[in-house]
Write a protein of this length. Structure first.
Length: 203
């Protein structure tokens, strides 16, 4: 029995290392390493404009964006979004984040990140590596989200498969962020928030 457990853990670890390697190979050009990298965690429901906001922020800061939807499709060509699949994806994401930060690469983690229990993993990575952590909650009015998700379904290039039903299903699971964070409404001008984040990162 014990031997089987050890064997399965070994297989799991091999899988994890292999998954992280695949993700790294698909990242493309990394920004130049810095002495004090920053870890930006972006949270929000589907359709609130997380990816758009992250791309705006990346125009102002030397960071790489780790987008969970794109990373999922790197590991699973036809994602099923099962809890087992998500567990495997986010274990690989956590290890990837650690590796990049240890190398001095600043990054934005773009995922729904809705539960505080899940975010605790991300907080602990920042604390363990002693890197600056910036938290951002992205939101938009439901009517705006509905129109965006409707348009997204008609775009074959989209990285996310989430639709309005997924948004409605996930909405009750949004938990308050228990640390200081920036709130941004992407239906309005996001420049003031981006300016504040850039100033904090540059301090």
């Amino acid at each position: 029995m014990g031997g089987n457990i050890l064997y399965s853990r070994g297989v799991e670890n091999t899988q994890l290392v292999s998954d992280v390697q695949r993700l790294i190979e698909n990242l493309g050009q990394l920004p130049e390493p810095v002495a004090e990298p920053v870890f930006i965690v972006v949270s929000g429901l589907p359709g609130t404009g997380k990816s758009y906001f992250c791309s705006q922020l990346a125009e102002r800061l030397p960071v790489i964006i780790l987008e969970s939807d794109a990373l999922r499709k790197t590991l699973f060509s036809s994602p099923g979004y099962s809890s087992q699949e998500s567990l495997r994806l986010f274990r690989a994401c956590h290890l990837l984040i650690e590796r990049l930060l240890k190398k001095g690469v600043s990054l934005i983690f773009d995922a729904t990140n809705l539960s505080e229990r899940y975010r605790e993993y991300l907080y602990s990575i920042a604390e363990r590596l002693d890197v600056k952590l910036v938290l951002v909650r992205v939101e938009a009015p439901p009517g705006v989200v509905y129109e965006r998700l409707k348009a997204r379904q008609e775009n074959s290039e989209t990285k996310s498969d989430a639709d309005w039903k997924v948004y409605q299903r996930m909405k009750p699971s949004v938990q308050k962020i228990r640390r200081n964070y920036y709130a941004v409404d992407t239906s309005r001008d996001t420049t003031p928030v981006i300016d504040k984040i850039v100033r904090q990162v540059s301090r």
